[in-house]
Design a protein around this ligand. Structure first.
Ligand SMILES: [Zn+2]
Length: 109
C-alpha cells in the first residue's frame, strides 16, 4: 500500500490524504490540487523548474565573474612582471653608474 500524507485544507480545515508520490510531485511542480470539498490548494515556494532555472542563471553569472576575475588576475600579474623588469633595469643602471663613478675616481676615465 502506498504511503499516505495527511493534508489539511487551508479554507475549510478538512483533513484528507494524498499518496507520498502525489505529495512529492505536487510539491515539486506547485500545481493546484483540491480538497474533497473543492477548495484549491497548492504548496507555496519555488517549483523545481523555477529553482533549476534560477540556479542555472546564478551559475552562469558566477562563471562570468570567475572569467572576469581571472582576466583581472592575469592583468595584475602582467603588470607585476613589467614592474619587476623595470626594477631589474634600474638596478643594472645603478651598477653601471657606480662602475663609471669608480673609474672616474680612479682616474681611468
Ligand atoms: Zn476545503
Amino acid at each position: 500500500m502506498a504511503e499516505m500524507i495527511t493534508e489539511e485544507c487551508c479554507v475549510c480545515g478538512i483533513k484528507f490524504a494524498i499518496t507520498k508520490i502525489q505529495h512529492t510531485r505536487l510539491n515539486s511542480c506547485k500545481n493546484t490540487f483540491y480538497c474533497p470539498n473543492g477548495h484549491g490548494q497548492s504548496y507555496v515556494g519555488e517549483s523545481d523548474d523555477k529553482k533549476i532555472k534560477r540556479l542555472h542563471k546564478e551559475l552562469k553569472s558566477k562563471q562570468e565573474t570567475i572569467i572576469h576575475l581571472r582576466e583581472c588576475n592575469k592583468n595584475a600579474n602582467d603588470r607585476v612582471d613589467r614592474l619587476r623588469a623595470t626594477i631589474r633595469g634600474l638596478k643594472i643602471s645603478r651598477g653601471q653608474w657606480r662602475g663609471r663613478a669608480q673609474k672616474i675616481e680612479g682616474g681611468i676615465l
